[in-house]
Design a protein around this ligand. Sequence first.
Ligand SMILES: NC(=O)c1ccc[n+]([C@@H]2O[C@H](COP(=O)([O-])OP(=O)(O)OC[C@H]3O[C@@H](n4cnc5c(N)ncnc54)[C@H](OP(=O)(O)O)[C@@H]3O)[C@@H](O)[C@H]2O)c1
Length: 333
Amino acid sequence: MYAVIISTPGGPEVLQWTEVDDPVPSAGEVLVDVVAAGVNRADLLQRAGFYDPPPGASPYPGMEVSGRIAKLGPEVEGWSVGDEVCALITGGGYAERVVVPVGQLLPVPAGLTLIEAAAMPEVACTVWSMLTDTAGMHSGQTLLVHGGGSGIGTFAIQYARAIGVRVLTTARERKHPVLRDLGADVTIDYTGQDFVAEVDRATGGTGVDLVLDIQGGPYLQRNVDCLSPGGKVVIIGLQGGRAGNVNLGGLLAKRGTIVAGALRSRSEADKAQIVAGVRAEVWPLLERGAVKPIVDRSLPMSRSVTAHEVVTASDHIGKVLLVTDSEWHRRAQ
Ligand SMILES: NC(=O)c1ccc[n+]([C@@H]2O[C@H](COP(=O)([O-])OP(=O)(O)OC[C@H]3O[C@@H](n4cnc5c(N)ncnc54)[C@H](OP(=O)(O)O)[C@@H]3O)[C@@H](O)[C@H]2O)c1
């Protein structure tokens, strides 16, 4: 099969569409013929040599795919060859075939194309696991989403809105109209506005119940400053830096919580539990159109260099997808 390999750590140009050995499914795994793979910011870090895949994972980038089951490994029940699926994976999605533990398979939500389905597993599993499962987000709350134009952000805005949560979001101004269409009540341009002051104004001085943060260190104190009493800062990214200072007096006075987590390094059992939660609570929202896949663009997988350049420049809103070249050419005919 062909896969995108990281020839050496570096810029987008180190990605190479190359012939490699097919993976073989073990017990409890299936082999999927990939149709599309989502590009995630973590793939850029992996390519640059700053985010190695966990032990045992495929060395090729790609943490989510859609496609058709090509083969069942031993002891697999409940799935059949030919089933159309999407999946959360630990690596290896930028390839024509990938093995997936059955607990990480999801059916393609009704109403989505097989290609669109590749946009959903990583964002849905990350946001559901951190905001719903970990932080207990519920109807009537207020949420600040940093980076609303990201793959994660465009999903978080829609999902929170769909379950009755008021959403404020930060993004560069040109992305604001799209984010308001997705359900953001308040859009803040983090390049020219003080988001703490804007949150204060928009909430009448109360603050937000939850902050979904992707910046890390430099935003830590300001995120705590945005919280209402009992509020929670949920950190899922460290784009601005790993280290930060916080005035614990302020956190204590608010009875605030700071929680952080990464999906990729969680156990297979944890991922299966998260995927089951997403199937039960997020898939129905997709199937009734309350949440939609936001796909900025799709490119053939052999053009992963361009895809990484687009995401590096943050030119996109939502997700960038890579479609396997055979599927790309089949659809072009
Ligand atoms: N913990 C986990 O398990 C997990 C899983 C998935 C993703 N993540 C993290 O979630 C984040 C989003 O991932 P993604 O793949 O969806 O990313 P993405 O589509 O590449 O988007 C990155 C976003 O960061 C925004 N941004 C840059 N500087 C910012 C700032 N100072 N304040 C607010 N926003 C800023 C950009 O917005 P503008 O274009 O408006 O500047 C852009 O929309 C990444 O940090 C990723 O590592 C974590």
